[in-house]
Design a protein around this ligand. Sequence first.
Ligand code: ADP
Length: 424
Amino acid sequence: MTVLLGCIADDFTGGTDLAGMLVKAGMRTVQLIGVPTEPLPDDIDAVVIALKSRTNPAADAVAESLAALRYLQEAGCKQFYFKYCSTFDSTPTGNIGPVAEALMQALETDFTIACPAFPANGRTIYKGYLFVGNELLSESGMRNHPLTPMTDASLVRVLQQQVSSPVGLADYTVVEQGAAAISERFAALRAQGCRFAIVDAVSNQDLEAIGEACADLPLITGGSGIALGLPENFRRRGLLKRDDAADRLPATGGLRAVIAGSCSVATQRQVAVMREQAPSFHVDALELARGVEVVAAALDWAREHIEQGPVLVYATSTPETVRAVQTQLGVERAGLLVEEALAAIAQGLVRMGVGQLIVAGGETSGAVVKALGVTGLHIGPEIDPGVPWTVGLQAGGTSPLALALKSGNFGSEDFFLKAWSRLS
Ligand code: ADP
């Protein structure tokens, strides 16, 4: 079977969010880190290329997105999806509008939707206005975002500023009538010369109806919520199996380890809970700065304990300690020193035979994935909301490595202990 859905996400965690959503909706999905040069693995239904283009200059974001599109077109994808944040993170010059227009031009299509709604996370759209929980976008914390402050909740106005062609609205009076009415509204907007439709949605049922109405659009743009309704379109056409366990991962084995580089509240607790039950090694930022051979010491220590069960290597410290370290070393230097050390420890652990690895911290995960030469992730079963098990795609065909990459504040207290049972 060929790949059905080709997605381009404007940041990494947004890509994971979408990939997880597609897996839950029954599509076997791979997330790739940047535009790949290698062919896709077999037996997947959807691919998400995660870029880092949200706050790049618009021209760069367009160029990267077009390169991603070319890769997806060559892979034979039948429909394309541009994923951005559910709070429509962008500036008056982009990048949502310019990227969407460039993708439309490349796909030779004159109409698409823009729907960042994600009701399960409190992002709803009514009369074209985006709400975050009970507040308008422009009254939510997003109005103070350091890079993409959102000061207007009207998505029609916001998108219109970023594009050259007219933006219309498919409002709730239409959406609540279901897929056929939504399709009719799309046709009417198109006839009026609109090339974009902001689409209202306040529930998953709305997203499913919108998804159905988008079955024939070459390009869809939105948050991850709108992905809910798309797999069913492929099933209706007999292109996607109904009963496939989309979250099944290739088998992995080997030793188990946790690397924690996050100092977020949830990770602090998770580290404390695991420390009570498993051998643990603390990576000290000041020792690293003094040139102590911390990586070698951590690996020597791990060699002694790891055969007996999962081990924990952590840099996680209290806010006071982190502040003291940062005052002495500078924020950036401290962060990099710790990230590089943890990444080197991860490499050593994998060489030692670790085949199942949990990493806590967004930046930390990025550093570890890079050091291990992981170019993509096959998305598997969810451990806790927003954190799936994955299997890393690595150049050179080393034995498969199971990875759980956890954003610092995600996961329950016993995450590091319970996660293993979700691997088959
Ligand atoms: P989160 O997902 O919680 O934001 P990240 O890994 O993205 O976690 O960020 C945590 C940052 O803090 C990393 O750059 C990491 O290297 C750094 N760090 C971790 N431990 C310490 C420490 N003890 N002192 C200073 N910086 C640290």
